[in-house]
Design a protein around this ligand. Structure first.
Ligand SMILES: Nc1ncnc2c1ncn2[C@@H]1O[C@H](COP(=O)(O)OS(=O)(=O)O)[C@@H](OP(=O)(O)O)[C@H]1O
Ligand SMILES: Nc1ncnc2c1ncn2[C@@H]1O[C@H](COP(=O)(O)OP(=O)(O)O)[C@@H](O)[C@H]1O
Length: 208
């Protein structure tokens, strides 16, 4: 499915009098998408929520789009084969773009295992406002955590096509932020969130 060519014809873009710049002034921040990618169990949801709380504390409006949660609603018709994952990422990329246009810091946390799908989302936000955060945690660490018992089921062959076990994960080549273990130890959730907040501050996203 193409993400740029609409299927319908005779459709027209309608601009409103209040635009992104006006909303950003109101909020005193700049809209952007923090896209967190990594294996199941790498800490995506933890980082997303910790970052969301940190921004909230600083008076910044953020909203978390979490893969697992969206699969309960917007994406409940999708499974885990490659084309479903691609459609999952495409939809969330489009929603994230809307949140960014609304002036929010949109935090998207999805495995998003395919480079091509993440790059398509990046291409939707061409002004540097797509910030890819790679949670580069080893499979060993993620599997040892296994909070939902899914790796155990995948190893037992009870889940097929599980990312990192019998389905691929393509690591980013050009992400803005990489968070990894140091001497086998993962930074704390607040340290991980701190790295992202520092980036957002330095790039001027936390002021209009
Ligand atoms: N086959 C398979 N592979 C990977 N993950 C699986 C699978 N089946 C179910 N789950 C659960 O679904 C969560 C991942 O959903 P996402 O929407 O982030 O996945 S994706 O981006 O479309 O690949 C993922 O959540 P996280 O553990 O938070 O990553 C799992 O709980
Ligand atoms: N920085 C961290 N340090 C220690 N434990 C963590 C950290 N981040 C996440 N965890 C723990 O690892 C498990 C997986 O985290 P989660 O955020 O659910 O990962 P994901 O969303 O990538 O599947 C949870 O039990 C969580 O409490």
């Amino acid at each position: 499915m193409s993400s740029t060519v609409p299927k319908s014809s005779n459709i027209f873009w309608h601009d409103c009098l209040v635009g992104k710049t006006d909303r950003q002034k109101l909020l005193n921040q700049k809209g952007c998408v923090v896209w967190i990618t990594g294996l199941s169990g790498s800490g995506k949801s933890t980082l997303a929520c910790t970052l969301g709380r940190e921004l909230h504390t600083r008076g910044k409006l953020a909203y978390v789009l979490d893969g697992d949660n969206l699969r309960h609603g917007l994406n409940k018709d999708l499974g885990f084969k490659a084309e479903d994952r691609a459609e999952n990422i495409r939809r969330v990329g489009e929603v994230a773009k809307l949140f960014s246009d609304a002036g929010l810091v949109c935090i998207a946390s999805l495995i998003s295992p395919y480079r091509r799908d993440r790059e398509s989302c990046r291409a939707l936000l061409s002004d540097g406002s797509f910030i890819e955060v790679f949670l580069n945690m080893s499979l060993e660490l993620c599997e040892a955590r296994d909070p939902k018992g899914l790796y155990k089921l995948a190893r037992a062959g009870k889940i097929k096509g599980f990312t990192g076990i019998d389905d691929p994960y393509e690591a980013p080549l050009n992400c803005e932020i990489e968070i990894k273990e140091i001497d086998g130890v993962c930074p704390s959730p607040s340290d991980m969130a701190g790295q992202v907040v520092t980036y957002l501050e330095e790039k001027g996203f936390l002021h209009e």
